[in-house]
Design a protein around this ligand. Structure first.
Ligand code: SF4
Length: 334
């Protein structure tokens, strides 16, 4: 059995860019959702994760359904509410997002962080023109001085998303899926949020339209109009096209984090290797969604390298390369 070689990186030497003050820090974040089946039971969606988002980064979250990717985004937007449970801290501008007052939260959402949910393009009001929807948003957010000003701003935002201003007079039903998604993104960018979270933004689109929408987003990022991007998708090729840094998640934990080129071409965690098709051995039989012992490595039942300690305790993140870390005992742990 060939075990992946250990990288030649000195322990305890953080990559230089970690010295940059983070824009957003997640610390020991756990989320548990109330189970719809059991009586009062909870399902752990995130298990004690920590990560920093640095200024200007485009970060991708990769993992299968149930990995916790969307829950990370919901937590950043402070959308986890009772009876669901959330613990830990999300520090932005020196304040814990999870402890903001309603007024502070209203400002934070949209002005600091905006999120585009899965299938958001279906949320456009079918009986209201695109221009009218923009007007309502821009006036509500006090970004426009009046209807005419709102219309001008709407045209500018649509132009940035490479849409013709004529669609202001169109209804959502008259737009293609790609156009609707561009409208939704233009609306999310109206307040110039510092962080834009995109949850499977192009999954419902055909490949050509998907590429066109992603290319527009990429141009906005390169021009600085889009500052920080957190992209959630199970599609590695979308991450490869869009982000600088990739975080791989499995069953509510982060198992690998590093520069996109490194993780895509030289994934270190066996689960990342499985996802990206480089695992040198067939994984053991079993379902990845099987219930896990709370404190074990989430890949224990599937991993060809499993050891007893993997079952006993979740490994911490070990440095596996320049700016790259993996939560796996193959790279450390007594
Ligand atoms: Fe496999 Fe153990 Fe590493 Fe988990 S910690 S991925 S079970 S070797």
């Amino acid at each position: 059995m060939e075990i992946p070689s250990k990288p030649n990186v000195a322990r305890g030497q953080p990559p230089t860019d970690t010295l940059v003050e983070p824009l957003l820090s997640i610390r020991n974040l756990s989320v548990a959702y109330r189970s719809s089946k059991g009586k009062g039971g909870y399902y752990k969606a995130l298990r004690n994760i920590s990560l920093d988002i640095r200024p200007g980064e485009s970060v991708g979250l990769l993992g299968e359904s149930g990995a916790g990717k969307s829950t990370v985004a919901s937590a950043i937007m402070s959308l986890v509410e009772p009876p669901d449970k959330i613990m830990g801290e999300i520090i932005y501008n020196g304040k814990d997002v999870l402890k903001l007052t309603d007024k502070q939260l209203r400002h934070y959402r949209w002005n600091e962080a905006a999120m585009i949910f899965q299938a958001a393009m279906n949320s456009l009001d079918p009986v209201v023109t695109v221009g009218k929807s923009f007007e309502e948003l821009l006036l509500d957010k006090q970004l426009a001085r009046g209807r005419n000003h709102a219309r001008e701003l709407a045209k500018k935002l649509l132009h940035e998303m490479e849409l013709p201003e004529t669609i202001c007079d169109m209804f959502p039903l008259e737009l293609s899926g790609g156009m609707k998604q561009r409208v939704i993104i233009a609306m999310a960018l109206a307040t110039s949020p510092k962080i834009l979270l995109l949850d499977e933004p192009t999954t419902a689109l055909d490949a050509v339209t998907q590429f066109a929408v992603l290319s527009t987003l990429k141009k906005l990022k390169q021009s600085g109009k889009l500052q920080n991007l957190i992209l959630i998708t199970h599609d590695p090729s979308v991450h490869a096209f869009m982000v600088d840094r990739l975080i791989v998640m499995l069953k509510g934990v982060i198992v690998e984090d590093g520069p996109i080129e490194e993780v895509m071409t030289r994934p270190k965690h066996p689960y990342s290797q499985l996802l990206l098709g480089t695992l040198p051995l067939s994984p053991k039989r079993g379902s990845i969604s099987e219930k896990l012992v709370d404190d074990s490595c989430p890949f224990t039942r599937y991993c060809p390298y499993v050891m007893q300690k993997c079952r006993d305790r979740m490994p911490k993140m070990y440095s596996v390369g320049e700016g790259q870390e993996a939560a796996c005992y193959l790279y450390g742990g007594a």
